[in-house]
Write a protein that binds this ligand. Structure first.
Ligand code: UGA
Length: 458
C-alpha cells in the first residue's frame, strides 16, 4: 500500500514510522527542508523513545520529501497529521488541515482515501471531504475517514504499535475496508489492537471526549488534593483508595500542578468552544479548564505565602518540560511559575535534563520586558541549580529529580525549603532530613517546628 503522511510532528512522524514498521511504504511530507534533511539521515527531530531506532530499521520503506505533488498524486492513502493549534477564542485553528487539503486536491491523479488524524472539531471531516471533492480533477473521487490518534508524548511509539484501540470513522464501506487492511498487521498477533468502526462524527468525538475525560480526571484529583491540604488528608492514599475501584481505575489520578502539553489544554478548550457554539455547553469541561488554570500556579502561591518578598531571592526550578520523557515545553506549568517569579524579582536557577536551549528561546520575550527585574540562569545538573538557593520548586518528575539524593538539599541549599509540584518524594523519606517540604495534597513537613518545640521545652 502506498501511503503518504502530511506533517512530521509527533503525530505524523510516529504514525509514518509505525506504518513503515508494519510493512508499508511511507512518504513523509513536510515543508521544512532542514528537518527533512535531518530525517533523511535517520535522525529524529523530536525526542521520542524508540523512534530513531525504527527510522533507521525501516529506512528502505521511508521517504522524506517536501514535494507533496509527487507524494500525493498516486497514494492509496494520505494521512493528515498536522497541528490544530488553539486560537485566541479557544477554538481549533484548522488552517494547516485545510492547507494540506488544498495540496491534496491539487495533486491527486487517482481516487484515494484521505485520513484525518489531526484532532479536529466534530464535522471537520465532512468539510474536508467536500472541499477536496469540489477542488480535485474531474473524475477523481476521495473518501475522507477520521482516524484519531491516542499516542502520548514520551511513549508515542509504544502507544501507536500497541495502541489501546484503532478508531476508524467513515460512512464509506470501501474506505473502511482499505483502512482495515492498512492496519491489519496491528489488529493481529502479536499486537492484537482492538479496532472500532464508527461514523465520522463519532470518531471525531471519541478523540475529544477521551482527552477531555482524562483532563477532567486530573482536575478532579487536583481539587481533591487542594481540599486534602486544607483538611489534613493525604491525596496519594485517596487516589490509591479510589483507584482500587475498577469503575474508577487507578490511572490519571496523580495530583500535581495541572496538565500541560499540546493536547489537553487545547482539546478541552476546543470542545468547550464547540459546545457553547451549539448551545449545549459542557459545564464539566468548563470547570476542568478553570481548575487547571489555577492549579498551574499553585506552587508559586505556596512559595509566596511563605516568602512574602521574593525580590532578590534565589529560587531553583527543577524540570521545565510539561512532563518527563519529552522535550516539549508547550503549556508547561514551569513557564507560568517562572513568569511570576521573574515579575516578583526572583533570581531563578533552572534545571532540565534536555530542554534548556528551547526554554531559553521560549522565555526570552519575558526577559526583554522592562518591568522584569528577576534573572534566570541555567544548569545541566541539579547540584549546581540548588546550590545556595533559598527555595526549590519541582515542576517535572524527571527520574533524575525523583531519584535525587535528599541529603543534597540539606547540604547545598541556604535553608532547605522544597515545594514539590509532582509529589516526587515519600513523606516518610523526607522526615529523615532537615528539610521543609510542601507538596500537593499531602502533609506539610517542617523542619523548624520540632526545633522550636525543642527550644520551648528547654
Ligand atoms: C495526551 C493523552 O494522554 C493521549 O492519549 C493523547 O493521544 C494525546 O494527549 C493527544 O491528544 O495527542 P500527552 O499530552 O502527550 O497525551 O500527555 P499525558 O501523558 O496525557 O499528560 C498530559 C498532562 O497531564 C501532563 O502535563 C501530565 O503531567 C499531566 N498529568 C497526567 C497529571 O497531572 N496527572 C496525571 O495523573 C496524569
Amino acid at each position: 500500500m502506498k501511503i503518504a503522511v502530511a506533517g512530521t510532528g509527533y503525530v505524523g512522524l510516529v504514525t509514518g514510522v509505525a506504518l513503515a514498521e508494519i510493512g508499508h511504504n511511507v512518504t513523509c511530507v513536510d515543508i521544512d527542508e532542514k528537518k527533512l534533511e535531518v530525517m533523511r539521515n535517520g535522525i529524529s527531530p523530536i525526542y521520542e523513545e524508540g523512534l530513531e531506532e525504527l527510522m533507521k530499521k525501516n529506512k528502505e520503506r521511508l521517504t522524506y520529501t517536501s514535494n507533496y505533488k509527487e507524494a500525493y498524486k498516486d497514494a492509496d492513502v494520505i494521512i493528515i497529521g498536522v497541528g490544530t493549534p488553539e486560537r485566541k477564542d479557544g477554538s481549533a485553528n484548522l488552517d494547516y488541515v485545510f492547507g494540506v487539503s488544498k495540496q491534496i486536491a491539487e495533486s491527486l491523479e487517482k481516487d484515494c482515501v484521505v485520513v484525518v488524524k489531526s484532532t479536529v472539531p466534530i464535522g471537520t471531516n465532512d468539510e474536508v471531504e467536500k472541499y477536496i471533492n469540489e477542488n480535485v480533477k474531474d473524475g477523481i473521487l476521495v473518501h475522507v475517514a477520521s482516524n484519531p490518534e491516542f499516542l502520548a508524548q514520551g511513549t508515542a511509539v509504544r502507544d501507536t504499535l500497541h495502541a489501546s484501540r484503532i478508531v476508524i470513522g467513515t460512512e464509506n464501506k470501501e474506505a473502511e475496508e482499505i483502512l482495515k487492511k492498512m492496519y491489519e498487521p496491528l489488529t493481529k498477533e502479536p499486537y492484537n489492537v482492538p479496532l472500532l468502526a464508527t461514523n465520522r462524527r463519532s470518531a471525531e468525538m471519541i478523540k475529544y471526549a477521551s482527552n477531555d475525560f482524562l483532563a477532567l480526571k486530573i482536575s478532579y484529583i487536583n481539587e481533591i488534593a487542594n481540599l486534602c491540604d486544607a483538611l489534613g488528608a493525604n491525596v496519594e492514599d485517596v487516589s490509591k483508595g479510589m483507584g482500587l475501584d475498577s469503575r474508577i481505575g487507578n490511572k490519571f489520578l496523580n495530583a500535581g500542578i495541572g496538565y500541560g502539553g499540546s493536547c489537553f489544554p487545547k482539546d478541552t478548550k476546543a470542545l468547550h468552544f464547540l459546545s457553547v457554539q451549539k448551545g449545549v455547553e459542557l459545564k464539566t469541561v468548563k470547570a476542568c479548564i478553570e481548575v487547571n488554570e489555577s492549579q498551574k500556579t499553585v506552587l508559586f502561591r505556596k512559595l509566596k505565602n511563605d516568602i512574602k518578598d521574593l525580590n532578590g531571592k534565589t529560587i531553583a526550578v527543577l524540570g521545565l518540560t510539561f512532563k518527563p520523557g519529552t522535550d516539549d515545553l508547550r503549556e508547561a506549568p514551569s513557564i507560568y511559575n517562572i513568569e511570576l517569579l521573574l515579575d516578583a524579582g526572583a533570581n531563578i536557577k533552572a534545571y532540565d535534563p534536555i530542554s534548556i536551549e528551547s526554554f531559553k528561546k521560549k522565555i526570552s520575550y519575558k526577559l526583554e520586558d522592562d518591568g522584569v527585574t528577576g534573572t534566570i540562569t541555567y544548569f545541566d545538573n541539579i547540584d549546581n541549580a540548588i546550590m545556595n538557593a533559598d527555595a526549590v520548586l519541582i515542576m517535572t518528575e524527571w527520574p533524575e529529580i525523583k531519584n535525587y539524593d535528599l541529603s543534597k538539599y540539606e547540604e547545598l541549599m541556604n535553608n532547605a525549603l522544597i515545594y514539590d509540584g509532582r509529589n516526587c518524594y515519600k513523606l516518610s523519606d523526607i522526615a529523615n532530613y532537615n528539610i521543609s517540604y510542601k507538596s500537593i495534597g499531602r502533609a506539610y513537613h517542617s523542619k523548624s517546628i520540632p526545633k522550636i518545640k525543642k527550644k520551648l521545652h528547654n
